[in-house]
Design a binder for this molecule. Structure first.
Ligand code: NAD
Ligand code: TYD
Length: 360
């Protein structure tokens, strides 16, 4: 691939992993323009090594809001963009419960704006691609059995997932109405390096290292299907290369775990790399003893599980990382970078965490 790819939200968790993956592991010869608003969740420094190695010829960073039609339009023109991968979103369910407005603006209006810019610039071109990143949360909550298929009806239950569902519908509508070459992927919960410590795995990891209480919502029995972020990045790449316009692909780890199981697996990885007996912050207790049950999340979805049969059958993708392997890589990364990350989490956000959930 020698094209210019516009990656929105490329300073966040999955977007920054995707950009690094594309440059380092795919043989991509083109240029990436990373367009990111740098909200509390985005850090330009997540890609400072890539910026040093590939900028400004093959990697360009632009600070901007996907809701800004003029700016997005100018970027598509200036850089002759022919592939758009839309990661940009507000992504934390708890935040969406406490303040949904930004979720509606970025996840719906922003996605609509990007689709409009693509349509205005690309007209009827077929050598272009708009890939929209979505989530399994749009399908709602499962009972004890069954898995989400591409054909499962949407049933979003949080402001976050409802906003993501809206943008998926818009992306599909642009394919059917205007013939825009759109693909969509709905992925399960990711974990790995560069994830913001508001999400369960990095939050628990950093708290465990510091010997702080680890908040578990409800009974800890809620189930998520975990996927190491590099496997997600490879799935997106495969869809860009071989996915069919108009199609949706479910991407999952086939790794269903109840939250308490996830934490225990995380503690096993931590014990290997930073044994609790040698961690003075724990004052003699073990990681597991830090678990603290707290009030449940409002409308907390009980279970997610993805059937990724379609992307396996049609595009030959399957996850390569096992859960313990992925967790050990994640723990190793946070042990090396965690203190820097903690400093960059804004004081206001830490205050918000204190007020709403954790350090009551
Ligand atoms: P993140 O919160 O880590 O990063 C989001 C990025 O988007 C940040 O860099 C932020 O600055 C940027 N952004 C936010 N609003 C913007 C705007 N208006 N204009 C431009 N940039 C903006 O999120 P993530 O976990 O990397 O998720 C990326 C995408 O993947 C999202 O669309 C999310 O819905 C989807 N997804 C995430 C997961 C997961 O487990 N994290 C799973 C499935 C799908
Ligand atoms: P999270 O990482 O926020 O992802 P999502 O809500 O998008 O699935 O949460 C994963 C699971 O962990 C979810 O069931 C909520 C739970 N959780 C806790 O129990 N405690 C926490 O502090 C957080 C952030 C999440």
């Amino acid at each position: 691939m020698t094209k210019t790819m516009l990656v929105t939200g490329g300073a966040g968790f999955i977007g920054s992993n995707f950009i690094r993956f594309v440059f380092e592991k795919t043989g991509f010869k083109g240029r990436i323009v990373n367009f990111d608003k740098l909200t509390y969740a985005g850090l330009r420094g997540n890609l400072s090594d890539i910026e040093r190695r590939f900028g400004p010829k093959r990697y360009v960073f632009i600070k901007g809001d996907i809701c800004n039609f003029k700016k997005v339009n100018a970027v598509i023109r200036k850089y002759d963009v022919s592939v758009i991968v839309n990661f940009a979103a507000e992504t934390h369910v708890d935040r969406s419960i406490h303040g949904p407005r930004e979720f509606i603006e970025t996840n719906i209006t922003g996605a609509f704006n990007l689709l409009e810019c693509a349509r205005a610039n690309w007209k009827n071109r077929k050598d272009v691609r708009f890939h929209h990143i979505s989530t399994d949360e749009v399908f709602g909550s499962l009972g004890k059995t069954g898995r989400f298929m591409e054909t499962t009806p949407y049933d979003p239950r949080s402001p976050y997932s409802a906003a993501k569902a809206s943008s998926d519908h818009l992306a599909r509508a642009y394919f059917h109405t205007y013939g825009l070459p759109v693909t969509i992927s709905n992925c399960s919960n990711n974990y790995g390096p560069y994830q913001h410590p508001e999400k369960l795995i990095p939050l628990a990891l950093l708290k465990a290292v510091d010997g702080e209480p680890i908040p578990v919502y409800g009974d800890g029995g809620n189930t998520r299907d975990w996927l190491f972020v590099e496997d997600h990045c490879r799935a997106i790449w495969v869809i860009l290369r071989r996915g069919r316009p108009g199609e949706t692909y479910n991407v999952g780890g086939n790794c269903e775990k109840r939250n308490l199981e996830t934490l225990r697996a995380l503690f096993r990885a931590l014990e290997k790399l930073k044994p609790s007996v040698k961690n003075q912050m724990l004052k003699g207790c073990r990681y597991e003893e830090l678990i603290t049950f707290v009030k449940d999340r409002a409308g907390h979805d009980r279970r997610y599980a993805i059937d990724s049969g379609k992307i396996k059958r049609e595009l030959g993708w399957k996850p390569r990382f096992g859960f313990s392997e992925g967790l050990e890589a994640t723990v190793a990364w946070y042990l090396a970078h965690g203190s820097r990350l903690k400093k960059t989490v804004a004081a206001s956000y830490r205050a918000w965490l204190k007020k709403n959930y954790i350090l009551r």
